[in-house]
Write a protein that binds this ligand. Sequence first.
Ligand code: PGA
Length: 218
Amino acid sequence: MKYLIANWKAHKTIQEVDQWISELTRHDLSMVKNNLQLIICPPYPFIHLVKERLKKFSFCSVGAQDVSYFGSGAYTGEVTAENLAQLVDYVLIGHSERRKYFDETATILFQKTSRAIQHNIKPIFCIRDRGDMIPSHVPFVAYEPVAAVGTGNNEPLENVLSVKKRLRLDKKTCFIYGGSVNIENISKYISSAEIDGLLVGAASLQTAHFFMMARQMM
Ligand code: PGA
């Protein structure tokens, strides 16, 4: 199975989300084979809309971009794993932007990971480099070097593979690369059997680009 994960970050209005989905579903999606999973991670308010509109496509899933390290309770503004259970199948944890702007530490990220797992949400655990600790038994590890995220400077495949090798991940863990992946460079990464999927920010915002990337992965 290969994974194409769209991280919309804090982009899009409700109208733009609606339009993105309409454009996607206008394509002939019957060509998506069952060895590809598309995971859309919209901002929280749009999760339900994306889920409802894509529910007939078994190869589409919805993910959250974050989850609280608190459980249910008096935590105004937080979104907990309980809130997300049954709404999303996946959650990004430890994205470099969360670590940078929200001071998320390894302890917090490990707590988020266990909350997600307790509620049957699969964590896609993001690391910036080999120095970031990875909780055991996470199903997905996404390597996203900071110098490549949002900069247009995608990391050369050889470097990605050498980092993967040194991580010595469990055989069952899927290895994802993210950082300036786009329609021009995606083929390099998918040509490697060592890479199970791609996490795409900017290039996932336009339906046409997202669909073209998905097609290359089919
Ligand atoms: P980018 O973002 O594709 O815009 O570099 C990737 C990410 O932050 O997940």
